[in-house]
Design a protein around this ligand. Sequence first.
Ligand SMILES: [Mg+2]
Length: 197
Amino acid sequence: MKIFDRIILFDIDRTIFDSNKFVVEFDRFLATKNSAIKLKQASDKIPNNFDFAAFLEQFGLKVDDQLVSEFMAFNQQDYCLGNIKETISRLKGERLACLSYGDEDVQALKLKLLDLDLPLIATDNHDKGQLIASWQRNGVYLVKLRGETVAARTLVLIDDKQTNLDNLPADCLGLHFAKNSEHKNHITDLNQLLDYL
Ligand SMILES: [Mg+2]
């Protein structure tokens, strides 16, 4: 098994992806199918726990290849946040992936909209620190990337939600990406990640 020195994990929603803009645009798209669908209204009620896939299912819709290609053709927005493209171009040689809460097909659509070809780990665990701790085996972290299990000596997680960093193992690095934060590793620009590596 390959052992990497580290894998850098990016959260998607509100870290590299403008989720608010997406909901508005997707709502516009859904209205062309069924005017009764109010995605923004529904997601505003529970912004952190909104189940996008289950919401669409109520209307007989699914994020499958057809819906994805229809939305890609409809979409007129750029959802990149925080210079993610520039940051990635400066991280050549690093092993990168996304660790995101949510439905795998929906999160994959977001990466497609960002035009980022990164491995995706979609999880329904609300505590990423705890999830990462569960990957520990004999001094390394076993991470499943695109169906292949690889090992890393340490992991770096960049997330806009501080609670995702709270339970990270001590030998991992958590960076809180937010305008304001009390977190010891607080970044306001994704490029500041490079200062920690
Ligand atoms: Mg987030």
